[in-house]
Design a protein around this ligand. Structure first.
Ligand code: GAL
Length: 993
């Protein structure tokens, strides 16, 4: 069936036959039919199968069925191939614009009905909201057209092809096409018709498109509407109604359409997303819109909405779901956005393509500043030095322009969208500049962003990804003469005239990142810095089943891909199963919009919001003695305007003589919102009101004598100098533990100038730790001594083929009738690297009543590390062993709780052992980890299911832990939080529960 429309998979053109110009995604009362549902489906391994299936009379009885929308690789239990994950790599030869003959091709067919009353329609339009990557469409055997641009909408005029009654539609989808070269985003490759297919009747006298450009003049407090109506002259008059504002305005002819001033308007902002229902109508059609009034403006190096500087506390959001892939699920998306709001996220970058159009309705409604990004990335050309990069090849110009037009036109009505982004990591070149010029001409109301425009030739915002803290500071600081990355001095000067944002920062892969607070401090200090977007919101795991039937979240390589990028696709603050990681809690605390500063008996409350005051908040206080609440109440704080502060008196605080006294203040929602219930905590602060209590001095024994080490001391029993039981329960240890199961950041090669002084370029910290044998330490007992009520052992700990060592002196004694363990850890000279931890490990094998939980007084409730402490508060917490660890997609260090005072190991609800942690001479307290697995076991597992069951509990008490950093994509652990080998003391008082 040869056809002149027949596209070739290597065709650079964005398809043929789709309607232009692209239109908004409108809510119209014109009739339409969803063609979502069950379609007939056949998958072929190549693109060259015959096209006879498109014929009306073709018999598809033998075909399978597949749901639309879906990705075929996620259907049929592997019968239709498997997902492929690559970050930058192309999963096919770099041979642009060609793709291999092995090109999975899905043929789809279904029948549909056109109602008789559609015969009045002027046109019938077929709309595809997303098909990956190139498709052709036939209706009743007539070829209609083709299109690429996977995450973009395409409409076709099918008026002459459809008939009243029964019709057949056939669609051929190729997984690979020339378009794949410009859709090389870091995500799964997921072919198929994955968004809605809709048949639309366009009435005569209808409205083709409408754009209500709304503005808000904050000085005069007035709104404005500038309407762009695309309709035949015969369709007029057109009426705009905004009932709540009393607007009913009729334009009799196209020439009449002029801007309107609207009074009594409340502005739209991400904080107070005030929307007004509007309709735009002709006699034949009504379009419903929800308008928000806001004005976006760049003034000097400030990015302003309604006259106020915006700080983006944003996340990069991919469309990803463990079972559906990029298929949109409104309920799930709404909950995801509500969760963002609950965690103080106020902005979304739609990395790296337009999301399902409905997502933007949700963003308008719930309130987010949105950077809407075009579907464009050519990152794989990096490998060949950007030779042949489509971004600078005139042959690709039209394809680039087609993409940006479809992006802007579809979503132009949304108040939440405040910036257009041309795409991601596509090098630079004339086609990007042309896209930008097109946007500037089309929409003067929103600036253009593209990170790859380093020198700022054609974009309005200075944007970088993963700039280090010092570099970010250098960008923020005024008057610095030094050149910015990839810029000449003149270009640097130009960039410094613009607002700056970090379109990606703080790579949240695995356990991490550290240092959110350092970036936030800079944003507070330098107004040119407008915050940024964490990489990224959620893990992209795909639900799979292990050979033993255990469900797990798969990442790159789990589907046998030829090339892949492993777990680099698991870098979200949310796990694949929607569970927030501690990093999201940390983020929430760092960006909390209310700041508390204590001073004497007063607290200053500062409102850091964009424009909303604090009238939606209540302030609650409570006083705790060693974590137990003894008093609470409400704090009277006058309403604080955005950017302002108010002082308030603190309540009277009863300070305990023999317990720590802490005051906690929470700012909570006074009333429910669409995203959180009443009482939801927005911001928290704590004040330590404790009286200082002396730490018992170390009692040095003088009468040590050699012994066989078999004795009992308090609740401890020893044999041969080694602990065998505590409180009658088998326990071994303490054993020096310097290893942690490397985090993804620990496993990342050092490649940045700012990495810690001890790093080796190209080598990860974890490699250095393994090189030095930290994961395989051995012990030689040097001596065992005792007195009447104390036992001392000296161990030399070192690894095979290493002369480096650590001396560990353990002294067990009875102090005030209680068992005390003091461990002195002293490294030899010559250790070169940072250490992951300095701790001691105890093993508690399963007994009659296995340890299955902990209650502690210290920092909690979640894990903390030196550069990620802000979400923690001092309090009394409890958790099961299982809940003390986070199920990172690739098992790694997890569960460390810092600044421990007291710990009870529990079995059921019974305390079996109590441990009090004494501060060292510098006042530093240890942290603890309680886990079913040792760091060495965790380090060997690729997925949680590989860890297997264990009923042994491993307690590690750490004098110190190394920070987390962000080295998987960004800076290493900041020097202040890097752990260098050093002497440390751990002191514990142990008693029976
Ligand atoms: C960026 C890129 C993102 C993602 C991230 C690393 O360079 O824009 O798409 O790949 O790195 O996870």
């Amino acid at each position: 069936m040869p056809s002149q429309l027949s596209p070739h998979v290597s065709d650079i053109a964005p398809g043929r036959g789709a309607l232009r110009p692209a239109r908004s995604w409108l809510h119209s009362d014109a009739p339409s039919r969803s063609l979502n549902g069950s379609w007939r489906f056949r998958l072929s391994p190549t693109a060259s199968v015959t096209e006879d299936f498109a014929a009306d009379g073709f018999v598809d009885d033998g075909w399978d069925s597949i749901p639309v929308p879906s990705h075929w690789v996620l259907e049929g239990d592997g019968a239709y191939g498997r997902p492929i994950y690559t970050n930058i790599q192309f999963p096919f030869p770099i041979d642009p614009p060609h793709v291999p003959d092995e090109n999975p091709t899905g043929d789809y067919r279904r029948r549909f009905d056109v109602p008789a009353d559609w015969s009045d329609a002027e046109r019938v339009v077929l709309r595809f909201d997303g098909v990956e990557s190139l498709f052709r469409v036939w209706v009743n055997g007539v070829e209609i057209g083709s299109a690429s641009g996977s995450r973009l909408a395409h409409e076709f005029d099918v008026t002459s092809a459809v008939r009243t009654g029964d019709n057949v539609i056939a669609v051929r989808v190729h997984q690979w096409s020339a378009a794949s070269y410009v859709e090389d985003q870091d995500q799964w490759w997921l072919p198929g018709i994955f968004r809605d297919v809709t048949l639309i009747a366009r009435p005569a006298g209808g409205i083709e498109d409408v754009w209500l450009r709304t503005g808000f003049d904050h000085a005069r407090g007035r709104g404005s509407v500038e309407a762009e109506i695309t309709a035949d002259a015969a369709a007029f008059p057109v009426t705009l109604r905004i009932p709540e504002l009393g607007v009913e305005h009729v334009w009799d002819t196209p020439a009449d359409v002029a801007p309107l001033d609207v009074t009594g308007v409340e502005p739209w902002s991400a904080e107070r997303p005030r929307l007004y229902d509007a309709t735009v109508s002709t006699a034949a059609e009504n379009i419903a819109l929800r308008v928000g009034f806001r004005t976006v403006e760049i003034r000097g190096d400030r990015f302003l909405v309604n006259g106020s500087r915006v700080v983006f506390h944003g996340v990069n959001r991919h469309e990803t779901h463990p079972e559906r892939g990029r298929v949109f699920d409104e309920e799930h998306a709404r909950e995801d956005l509500a969760r963002m709001k609950r965690f103080n996220v106020n902005a979304i970058r739609t990395s790296h393509y337009p999301p399902h159009p409905r997502l933007l309705d949700l963003a308008d409604e719930l309130g987010f500043w949105v950077v809407l990004e075009c579907d464009l990335e050519t990152h794989g050309f990096d490998k060949v030095g950007w030779v042949g990069n489509p971004s600078d090849d005139p042959a690709w110009r039209e394809a680039y322009l087609d993409r940006i037009r479809r992006t802007v036109e579809r979503d132009k009505n949304h108040p939440s969208i405040v910036i257009w982004s041309l795409g991601n990591e596509s090098g630079t070149g004339g086609n990007l500049a042309a896209m930008s010029a097109w946007v500037h001409a089309r929409d003067t109301g929103r600036p253009v962003h593209y990170e790859g425009d380093y020198t700022g030739e054609y974009t309005d915002i200075y944007s970088r990804m993963y700039a280090s803290v010092p570099e970010t500071e250098q960008i923020g600081a005024d008057g610095t003469r030094s050149a910015l990355l990839n810029c000449t001095p003149a270009q640097s000067a130009r960039q410094r005239t613009k607002p700056f944002l970090l379109c990606e920062y703080a790579h949240a892969m695995g356990n991490g990142p550290g240092a959110f607070d350092q970036y936030e401090a800079l944003v507070r200090q330098y107004p040119r810095l407008h915050g940024g977007f964490v990489w990224e919101w959620r893990d992209h795991g795909i639900l799979a089943t292990a050979p033993d039937g255990t469900p797990y979240y798969a990442y790159g390589g789990d589907f046998g891909e030829v090339v892949h990028d492993g777990n680099f696709v698991m870098d979200g603050m949310l796990l694949s199963n929607d569970v927030p990681t501690p990093s999201l809690h940390e983020y929430k605390a760092v960006v909390q919009p209310v700041e508390f500063v204590f001073d004497g008996g007063k607290v200053a409350v500062t409102n850091l919001r964009h424009s909303a005051d604090t009238s939606d908040l209540l302030f609650r206080w409570r006083v705790e003695h060693d974590g137990l609440s003894v008093a609470s109440g409400d704090l009277e704080i006058p309403v604080v305007a955005a950017g302002e502060s108010q002082w308030a008196s603190l309540p009277p605080i009863a300070v305990a003589p023999d317990a720590e006294t802490w005051l906690t203040i929470d700012a909570v929602l006074a009333a429910p919102t669409p995203w959180a219930p009443e009482g939801h905590v927005i911001a928290t602060a704590q004040l330590d009101c404790s009286t200082r209590r002396p730490v018992p001095a170390v009692r040095l024994q003088a009468d040590w004598r050699p012994g066989d080490g078999t004795l009992s001391l308090g609740v401890a029993e020893f044999a041969g100098g080694s602990l065998i039981r505590l409180a009658g329960r088998p326990v071994t240890g303490p054993r020096l533990e310097l290893f942690r199961a490397p985090t993804d950041n620990d496993e990342s090669p050092a490649d940045r100038i700012e990495d810690s002084d001890n790093s080796i370029d190209g080598v990860s910290s974890a490699d250095l730790w393994r090189r030095d044998g930290l994961d395989r330490l051995t012990t030689r007992r040097v001596s065992v001594e005792h007195t009447a009520d104390a036992l001392r052992t000296l161990d030399k700990v070192s690894a095979a083929d290493s002369a480096l060592s650590v001396m560990v002196e353990s002294v067990w004694s009875l102090e005030d009738g209680e068992l005390e363990l003091r461990v002195e850890i002293e490294p030899s000279r010559g250790w070169q690297t940072v250490w992951p931890r300095i701790g001691v490990r105890f093993e508690l094998p399963d007994g009659a009543a296995p340890v299955d939980g902990a209650q502690w007084f210290g920092l909690g409730p979640l894990e903390t590390y030196p550069d990620s402490l802000r979400a923690a508060r001092t309090g009394l917490f409890s958790a099961t062993v299982h809940d003390l660890s986070v199920d990172y997609a690739r098992p790694q260090e997890t569960g460390h709780r810092s600044e421990l005072r007291r710990l009870a190991l529990t079995s059921g609800s019974t305390e079996v052992l109590r441990i009090e942690a004494l501060p060292d001479t510098r006042g530093r307290r240890p942290g603890f980890t309680l886990s079913r697995h040792t760091p060495q076991q965790i380090a060997r597992a690729g997925h949680p299911f590989e860890l297997g069951d264990s009923s042994t509990s491993h307690l590690i008490v750490d004098a110190a832990q190394h920070g987390l950093g962000s080295r998987t994509c960004g800076p290493d652990v900041w020097p202040e939080f890097a752990l260098r080998p050093e002497s440390r003391t751990i002191r514990l008082r142990i008693s029976a529960g």
